[in-house]
Design a protein around this ligand. Structure first.
Ligand code: ATP
Length: 431
């Protein structure tokens, strides 16, 4: 984990927020490479779960919502963590994260647990007498429930169908930790899938299959993925059944995504609190009902962390240690490095022109400094899947070599076919 965190900082994937002021706990910034990786993840998710499906639509709702939303959803009442403090070293812990009944750091005695609401409070409005207290959303899904009627009456969706959203969520986590695994500001990719109650098991299983397939197709090795079924007695207040996809991080197994059957809880609650009828009218059957909700809820940051952990590798090339990030090409921040074999004799100009053309299709870099082996190595370290070399033969017949990051094999390809050759390998449409 230490190696990965330092690579992320050194190469500009992820660093602490507000670093020059000493950082701020639980907040992280995605640098030039991190932002590309994260965008690729989100785009791939949207592609598979929204774009290619005919039973899904999208939403991008506001982060700040009416305060009543959080009363209706149960968050004001029940979104609590139980906190304990160490009487000796004064450190604070979440009770459910502790293994024994003493402080895990100094062995000191702990206080009795106290409830602490994990929503981030904020104030909306400019003057003291009119400003209202509300919260930054702790999950993206509530806006999907609140907007349910707007969406189904403005689009041509019919049950069963789902609404997807990617966006920021905020939780005042007691102990943000494990790099970006548990932070206070993070992004979620959530789907609320609305079906009839009698079909809930069918859809739950379908979503289980689809979610699993998505992780595998990201290139994450299956041996590091598993399901965890929540025992009935520890289910969240809204859930009839929850299973999590977990990944084996260097610090242990951790949740990437939850899949919950939320039943009719949320739509019923919002109907009751808002006084608006959020039932669905099935015209064919001439029947009105509150749909049951199956919810796959994934974290962007946790998935990014799993992808980073899974990609990290060290091997040896010609007696030299190599760090290589084995990202699936579709997720790699930079798709290709373009290099002239030598700077002289017109090779640099050809390579620069090729790189300018390629960057109109996907992210690339041009590099002419140092030995060619070094340049390949720099690309390996940030997970660039293809290295393109312009050499003397290029001048004669217009072909270049493409070196593959993982196999290190090289193929010769005419320059005008490079974009297509790489395009196929980085496409989301491969599985
Ligand atoms: P945990 O038990 O780890 O606190 P949770 O069960 O409360 O997580 P959910 O409410 O199910 O999490 O949220 C859905 C997804 O959102 C999680 O699977 C995770 O990927 C992501 N997520 C939740 N909390 C955080 C956080 N503090 N930092 C980063 N991602 C998070």
């Amino acid at each position: 984990m230490d190696k990965l965190v330092s690579l992320c900082k050194r190469k500009g994937f992820i660093f602490q927020s507000s670093g020059i002021y000493g950082g701020i706990n639980g907040c992280w910034d995605f640098g030039p490479l991190g932002v590309e990786l994260k965008r690729n993840l989100k785009d791939d998710w949207w592609y598979h779960f929204v774009q290619v499906r005919d039973d899904m639509v999208g939403l991008d709702a506001s982060i700040i919502m009416h305060p009543q939303v959080w009363v209706a959803s149960g968050h004001v009442e029940a979104f609590h963590d139980m906190l304990v403090d160490c009487k000796e070293c004064k450190k604070r812990f979440r009770e459910d994260h502790l293994e024994g009944d003493r402080c895990p750091d100094c062995g000191g005695e702990l206080t009795e647990p106290r409830a602490f609401n994990s929503m981030l409070r904020t104030r909306l409005g400019v003057s003291d007498d009119t400003a209202v207290d509300t919260y930054l959303r702790p999950e993206t899904c509530q806006s999907i429930f609140v907007d349910f009627k707007e969406i189904y009456s403005s689009s041509r969706v019919k049950i069963p169908f789902g609404i997807a959203q990617i966006g920021k969520s905020f939780r005042n986590e007691v102990n943000p930790r494990n790099f970006i695994f548990r932070s206070r500001e993070f992004e979620q990719m959530e789907i609320e899938f609305f079906c009839r109650e009698e079909d809930e098991e069918f859809w739950f299983e379908r979503w289980q299959e689809d979610i699993w397939k998505w992780y595998v197709n990201l290139g994450i090795r299956e041996s590091r993925l598993r399901w965890y079924e929540h025992p009935k007695e520890s289910l969240a207040h809204y859930s009839k059944r929850t299973v999590d996809v977990e990944y084996e991080f260097p610090f242990g197994w951790g949740e990437l995504q939850g899949l919950a059957n939320r039943g009719t809880y949320d739509l019923t609650q919002h109907s009751r609190h808002s006084g608006k009828d959020l039932s669905f009218f099935d015209q064919e059957k001439n029947e009105r009902f509150i749909p049951t909700v199956i919810e796959p809820s994934a974290g962007v940051d946790r998935t990014a962390l799993a992808v980073l952990c899974d990609a990290y590798d060290e091997d040896e090339v010609n007696g030299e240690k190599r760090v290589v990030m084995r990202f699936h090409p579709k997720l790699a921040p930079i798709k290709a490095g373009v290099f002239p074999l030598v700077k002289k004799e017109g090779l640099a100009e050809i390579a620069e022109e090729l790189e300018r053309k390629l960057r109109r299709k996907f992210p690339t870099v041009y590099d002419h400094s140092g030995a060619i082996g070094r340049r390949y190595r720099r690309m390996d370290e940030i997970g660039t899947p293809f290295g393109i070399c312009v050499d003397f033969e290029t001048r004669e017949n217009g072909t270049v070599t493409i070196r593959e990051r993982d196999s290190m094999e090289q193929v010769r390809v005419p320059m005008e076919e490079v974009a297509e050759y790489i395009g196929k390998r980085i496409s989301f449409d491969q599985d």
